[in-house]
Design a protein around this ligand. Structure first.
Ligand SMILES: [Zn+2]
Length: 139
């Protein structure tokens, strides 16, 4: 096991990558904050990092990421459907595929948006001494 100094946080790209694959951005523990796809626990099971870092409005950043990604996929899917079937636009297949992609991205991207936002939050506000994670458990 590699010991990482608490004074040296993981590189930004590593934290983002860990967040994008639904791992703890700080320690990289798999499924760190999740008891199921949508249910979270208060701390990371790998490093005891507090999930919402004791700040009000933490969820707004994660919701914004989920909204932007879901909205982008909606626009992208709709545009591809319109361009692919132009000039006789197949409105119902385009709408059905757009709704399906939007639901899939929105629902399955929900926990990923939280771990990604936690990575961004850790980059903007590094851990303070009072909230240091348990580094002895880091992977
Ligand atoms: Zn962790």
């Amino acid at each position: 096991m590699v010991q990482i100094s608490p004074s040296l946080p993981p590189a930004a790209w590593r934290m983002i990558l860990r967040g994008l694959i639904r791992r703890c951005p700080h320690c990289g523990a798999r499924g760190a904050f999740f008891t199921s796809w949508f249910r979270t626990q208060d701390t990371c099971r790998g490093c005891d990092l507090v999930w919402q870092r004791n700040t009000d409005g933490f969820m707004l950043g994660a919701l914004a990421i989920n909204f932007i990604v879901t909205g982008s996929s909606l626009i992208f899917t709709f545009a591809i459907g319109v361009v692919a079937s132009y000039p006789d636009i197949a409105i119902f297949p385009v709408l059905i595929s757009t709704v399906a992609v939007t639901l899939i991205v929105g629902i399955f991207g929900y926990p990923i948006s939280y771990t990604t936002w936690l990575a961004i939050d850790l980059m903007m506000r590094p851990l303070e001494p009072g909230e240091q994670a348990n580094t002895s458990k880091q992977q």
